[in-house]
Ligand binder design. Structure first.
Ligand code: BJW
Ligand code: ZN
Length: 280
């Protein structure tokens, strides 16, 4: 990184004691996980959120919705954390009071070394009953990621899907029935019109209100209430540093805007803040 903006961001990070890292889909883009709203590649360019990401959509066609989320879950299983995820882990390793808040439903922060991110929009890996909310087991289509042999490890930038090859079982898939009440199991994510998990939202607001730096990475900041988290930090006087290749509605409140991909900007930022940092 060169120029005054990266140097200022590195100075703010080096001075922080309780940073918040707030992430969105762009954080995982370089791992091959599609974002939602990017032109050409975003999921909402190809799919209608009203038909896939609302409670009404699931009621209308549970197999369509379950099949789509299962295909995405399999895509995430093939993805690997990128250098940006590892840089976030390096920040938390350096500053143990760091709180990582993510809107992402993948598990790449965990696999990248952040054991317990605050999850505002749930997870692809926590299905539950659509009626009684009882947690349901994940369909056992593959061995757990930890048990993959090295030669089984799939490409970081997407597998067959990204090469345009058909996915096995892509398409509608009848969801399993809840072991308790028999109702269809649903993905454990937060759809439009649903409340965010209150413990996660409370933890996020508290962390943003108490932080001394908020680093927002790879989010369009269009989806509420998550998009308000950086605003809480800014309102209470914490500097906000944004990492995104393009402008967002947060630009105006940011002390520094670092235009670029997270997988390049974050490792450079960490190295600039702490020259001895291990960012892989
Ligand atoms: C890179 C990069 C690289 C690319 N490096 N960067 C106030 C105003 C207006 C509307 C509302 C409001 N309050 C609530 C609403 C309604 C609604 C909403 O916000 N709608 C707006 C879209 C208009 N919100 C809700 O419905 C929420 N619920 C709610 O409000 O409930 C109220 C309630 C209370 C009490 C009882 C009942 C109800 C729920 C929102 C749930 C969002 N769910 C989704 C889907 C999750 C499941 C799934 O995965 O399918 O969450 S939508 C989708 O958007 C997903 C994401 O987490 C979320 C945010 O997207 P994100 O992460 O910002 O991705 P993108 O694609 O938008 O942006 C990517 C960015 O990365 C871009 O900027 C790129 O440039 C950048 N990038 N490559 C760094 N390499
Ligand atoms: Zn049930």
């Amino acid at each position: 990184m060169t120029g005054p903006e990266p140097a200022e961001a590195a100075r703010l990070l080096a001075a922080a004691r309780r940073p918040v890292v707030f992430t969105g889909a762009g954080m995982s883009a370089e791992s091959g996980v599609p974002t939602f709203r990017d032109a050409q590649t975003g999921l909402w360019q190809r799919y209608d959120p009203q038909e896939l990401a609302t409670p009404a959509a699931f009621r209308a066609d549970p197999a369509l919705v379950w099949g789509w989320y299962e295909a995405r879950r399999r895509g995430v299983r093939r993805a690997l954390p990128n250098p940006g995820h590892r840089a976030v882990a390096a920040i938390q390793a350096r500053l143990p009071e760091t709180v990582v808040i993510t809107q992402n439903v993948d598990d790449l922060h965990e696999r990248g070394g952040v054991p317990a991110p605050v999850r505002l929009h749930g997870s692809l890996f926590a299905p539950r009953c659509s009626a009684c909310a009882r947690p349901a087991p994940l369909p056992s289509d593959l061995p757990p990621h930890d048990e993959l042999e090295p030669h089984d490890e799939l490409e970081p930038h997407g597998g067959p899907e990204s090469r345009g090859e058909p996915e096995p079982h892509d398409g509608p898939l009848t969801p399993p029935a809840c072991a308790g009440c028999g109702a269809p199991v649903r993905p454990g994510v937060v759809w439009f019109g649903e409340a965010l998990p209150s413990a996660a939202l409370d933890a996020a607001v508290e962390a943003a209100a108490g932080c001394d730096l908020l680093l927002t990475v790879g989010t369009s900041a269009l989806v509420h209430p998550a998009a308000e988290i950086p605003l809480v930090a800014a309102r209470l006087g914490a500097p906000v540093v944004q990492v995104n290749p393009v402008p967002t509605p947060l630009d105006a409140i940011c002390a520094v805007n670092l235009r670029g991909p997270a997988g390049e900007v974050l490792p450079a930022l960490v190295r600039a803040a702490w020259p001895d940092a291990d960012v892989g």
